[in-house]
Ligand binder design. Structure first.
Ligand code: 2F8
Ligand code: CA
Length: 132
């Protein structure tokens, strides 16, 4: 069982910050089991909220709902939303080693810029759903 925060709510959506570290696919499955999805970040306000919360729980990297597994270089949100907002850090996503298909918040980059990393690596993750 993942060790998630209690529910945090922002602008009509619920969020869980899960502190156990999982491969991206397992993280997505955990979110689904809660009736949620890996988080979709589609505004700077939402991004600010998520950063503030993430900082309370850990100083690491967090999987969010981004991947380009279907088509290399075309990142989509796991919940099917489309959004013009992005916060990729300069030079990312770079598909380093030809093996990076999943997106994360990366606190080692300024403003938690997004980075792509191998989907099999274990990181904390953020779930999002409609407010209950
Ligand atoms: O320099 C950026 C680059 O740093 C690492 O690769 C050397 C990251 N990979 C891991 O941390 C596994 C890359 O994702 C990142 O782009
Ligand atoms: Ca990368």
């Amino acid at each position: 069982e993942p060790a998630c925060s209690d529910v945090k709510t922002f602008q009509g959506h619920d969020y869980l910050f899960c502190n156990n570290q999982e491969p991206w696919q397992d993280a997505a499955a955990y979110c689904s089991s809660f009736g949620m999805r890996l988080a979709t970040i589609n505004s700077i306000n939402e991004e600010g909220f998520v950063h503030a919360m993430a900082n309370m729980f850990s100083t690491q990297k967090w999987w969010i709902g981004l991947n380009d597994r279907a088509t290399e270089g075309v990142y989509t949100w796991e919940n099917g939303e489309t959004s013009s907002y992005s916060n990729w850090y300069a030079g990312e996503p770079n598909n380093a080693g030809g093996n990076e298909d999943c997106g994360q918040l990366n606190r080692y980059y300024p403003d938690h810029g997004w980075n792509d990393e191998p989907c099999g690596l274990h990181y904390r993750f953020i779930c999002e759903g409609e407010e209950n």
